[in-house]
Design a protein. Structure first.
Length: 191
């Protein structure tokens, strides 16, 4: 089974709307009555309702700066390693699962980079047209996607992918859906 979800934002709340499943609400910090283990600082909570009374997962920053994905009972689901804030070419995102499996995602898969090179002349014409028009800055995005795979297995099936439009697709096996939700939010959450 494949789960497709899209991030949606508005001024007061942040939520994920999985296709074929209930909305997942993203709340700052942890809900009242849920304490974190020593050494963890709350970042955000994934909950089934807007009040946060039934959390699905709690994401907390560890002392080393990495994000831990915890169940409401503090069981360790995964650890998220985000790239440094300074943008570099193909920043790496990593998901470390408790069983030792590492999933690494870098922006720009080979097919999307090839597509980008093919579309580059058209993109330059489009950007020139934008420069001559009064369109707002930052409206263009590269046609790149991110795929999370195990290192050393470049031709294996991706466990989690993100399209250039911000849509995430998680395969049915190998990755807990709460970890996929946490990675989707962590990528766009202000640090």
């Amino acid at each position: 089974m494949t789960l497709v979800f899209t991030r949606h934002t508005d001024a007061k709340r942040y939520e994920l709307r999985p296709r074929g499943a209930a909305t997942v609400h993203v709340l700052r910090g942890v809900p009242d009555g849920h304490l974190l283990p020593q050494g963890y600082k709350p970042r955000f909570t994934l909950a089934a309702n807007p009040a946060g009374t039934s959390p699905l997962a709690v994401i907390a920053r560890k002392n080393d700066g990495r994000l831990a994905v915890l169940t409401p009972d503090h069981e360790h689901l995964a650890e998220l390693h985000l790239p440094p804030r300074k943008k570099r070419w193909r920043p790496p995102y990593e998901i470390h699962l408790p069983d030792g499996i590492v999933l690494r995602g870098q922006q720009g898969t080979a097919p999307s980079l090839l597509l980008c090179l093919v579309l580059l002349p058209f993109t330059l014409l489009y950007m020139a047209a934008l420069a001559l028009s009064d369109a707002p800055a930052g409206t263009t995005t590269a046609p790149l996607r991110t795929a999370w795979k195990q290192p050393g297995k470049p031709f294996s099936r991706a466990t989690l992918t993100e399209s250039a439009r911000g849509r995430f697709r998680a395969g049915g096996e190998g990755l807990d859906h709460r970890v996929a939700y946490a990675q989707a939010v962590a990528k766009y959450w202000e640090r």
